[in-house]
Design a protein around this ligand. Structure first.
Ligand code: F6P
Length: 545
């Protein structure tokens, strides 16, 4: 497929950025701040309840202007409009990309193939809400008449990472007499540990799988069914009382023994990694209740509207997306560290890994041409302050440039003595230390002996963003997730790649399907892999007995 877009490196703004990058290469953040005393106030932006300080990036106002031009020349505005119009912008799968419809308010309109999908979205949300209330109030009884006290979500990738992250992030708002567990890995230990202290009569499984064919999820679901039946005397009717499904595949759900009335649907225009606000969020709704879940959706929607309407220079996701392109392409950064100073967000970096890297880990443009530039950086991270006592050493004094996204909140959800002041002091200090460092002269002035000085010098000039919100509410979580969804969208538009397919996960899956019978067959199979794989399979077969 041919696009009218010029290749990235031929766009005038890109060329201008390349020249500009050379020009400002020698500038240190110390100089940039000294030259503009109000930089720390000017290079900030507030929208949808989030405050962003991007002043500690290695950019000038000229950089920001050129990045804005790059967004224009990359057709970002038209792409945003195409997504919101429900056009099939996921070209390789011929699908619309309409996760924004999942959080559109009742009465809004979002079209797919000429049909408004918002009423269906709300019909599913209403069905989820009814079900959630029955579970939360103890009105849904298990096979033996006992109330449900444990909810186990079985899913993987987008059918797991969003639900786990949201459960952990919003635990403060959760109904504490319900226990939540998440099983994803095909490693049996994941399931065994999740259910070891649970009573089958009080346990509900949510099998979350868009396709209902994913090997890991179906294997775990089968083990869960066996565990349940073993615990409840083997009556297969029990399955309908203890299993519900979230899927787009009604046929396979029914074949599993789940009552189709207890299936919560979604649509092929929702990508797995963009689905935590669809029925895939059923466990989230069970934990925090329908009202809080709707507040979460309202947060997503606020950020969608901001992304759709704000001018690029004042558009949070656009700015963050452009800054990451700048850091990757012109400063050579290979990763982004996401560092939440909020323990409830401990799974947020893991969630972002799928969102960012499954989306933009691509090597060809929409036209199928090999890219001549880097695409997605590697996202990773851990909550502060723990990370400070682990990998921050490398960020401060290592040889690589690691841009950081710090995330912090003005208020703790459960204030405890001085903890929150200390937490915030740390996040501000880290951003300051990374940017400004400590010169040899400053170290010497402290009376440090000459031989030790080089070890004690902090180069500084290490870029970071700091996102600050009032407190971690469901609404704020929604804005935060939508922010990164649209950062990914912005990056994808600049790189002219498709953030919405994931063919890269297929080969490994197909090869594993081929290897399974080779490991399990009783007679020696004829192996036709490479010598290494053949050898590994033979060794496993020989030694596993
Ligand atoms: O790993 C690939 C993938 O297709 C993800 O994109 C998806 O989130 C995950 O597998 C789970 O898929 P499903 O919801 O169909 O089980």
């Amino acid at each position: 497929m041919k696009s009218k877009l010029r290749p990235l490196k031929n766009r005038p703004a890109f060329k201008a950025l390349a020249a500009h990058a050379k020009k400002i290469k020698g500038l240190h953040l110390r100089q940039l701040f000294a030259a503009a005393p109000k930089r720390g106030e000017r290079m900030t932006l507030e929208a949808a309840g989030l405050f962003l300080d991007y002043s500690k990036n290695r950019v000038t106002s000229e950089t920001m202007k050129l990045l804005g031009q790059l967004a224009v020349e990359s057709g970002l505005r038209a792409r945003i409009q195409a997504m919101f119009r429900g056009e099939k912008i996921n070209l390789t799968e011929n699908r619309a990309v309409l996760h924004v419809a999942l959080r559109a308010p009742r009465g809004a309109s979002r079209l797919v193939d000429g049909k408004n999908v918002v009423p269906e979205v709300h019909a599913v949300l209403d069905k989820m809400a009814k079900f959630a209330e029955r579970i939360r109030r103890g009105r849904w009884l298990g096979h033996t008449g006992q109330r449900i006290r444990n909810v186990v979500n079985i899913g993987i990738g987008g059918s797991d990472l969003g639900p786990v992250m949201a459960y952990e992030a919003l635990k403060h708002y959760s109904q504490r007499d319900l226990t939540f567990r998440f099983v994803s890995n095909v490693d049996g230990i994941d399931f065994v540990e999740a259910v070891r202290d649970l009573a089958p009569a009080e346990t509900l499984f949510i099998v979350s799988s868009k396709t209902f064919t994913t090997q890991e999820t179906m294997t775990n679901a089968e083990s869960a069914r066996a565990w349940l039946l073993a615990g409840l005397g083997g009556n297969r009717k029990a399955v309908a009382r203890h299993f519900v499904a979230v899927s787009t595949n009604a046929e396979k759900v029914t074949a599993f023994g789940i009552d189709p009335a207890n299936m919560f649907g979604f649509w092929d225009w929702v990508g797995g990694r963009y689905s935590m606000d669809s029925a895939i969020g059923l466990s989230t709704m069970l934990a925090i209740g329908p009202k809080n879940f709707r507040a979460l959706l309202a947060g997503f929607h606020q950020m969608d509207e901001h992304f759709r309407t704000a001018p690029f220079a004042k558009n949070l996701p656009v700015l963050l997306g452009l800054l990451s392109v700048w850091n990757t392409e012109f400063l050579g950064a290979e990763t982004v560290a996401v560092l939440p100073y909020e323990n409830y967000l401990k799974r947020f970096p893991a969630y972002l890994q799928q969102l960012t890297m499954e989306s933009n880990g691509k090597h060809v443009t929409l036209d199928g041409q090999a890219v001549s530039y880097q695409t997605s950086p590697i996202y990773w991270g851990e909550p502060g302050t723990n990370g400070q006592h682990s990998f921050y050493q490398l960020i401060h004094q290592g040889t690589r440039l690691i841009p950081c996204d710090f995330i912090a909140f003005l208020h703790a959800l459960t204030p405890l003595g001085r903890h929150h002041d200390l937490l915030l002091a740390n996040v501000f200090a880290q951003a300051e230390a990374l940017a400004f460092g400590k010169t040899a002269a400053e170290v010497e002035a402290e009376g440090i002996p000459a031989w030790l000085v080089p070890h004690r010098v902090f180069e500084g000039n290490r870029p970071s963003n700091l996102l600050l919100a009032d407190r971690l509410t469901p609404t704020v979580l929604g804005t935060l997730v939508a922010l990164y969804e649209h950062v990914v969208f912005t990056q994808g538009a600049i790189w002219n790649i498709n953030p919405f397919d994931q063919w890269g996960v297929e080969l490994g899956k197909a090869l594993a399907q081929r290897i399974v019978p080779e490991l399990e067959s009783r007679s020696s199979p004829r192996l036709q892999h490479d010598s290494s794989t053949n050898n590994l399979i033979r060794r496993y077969r020989r030694l596993k007995q």
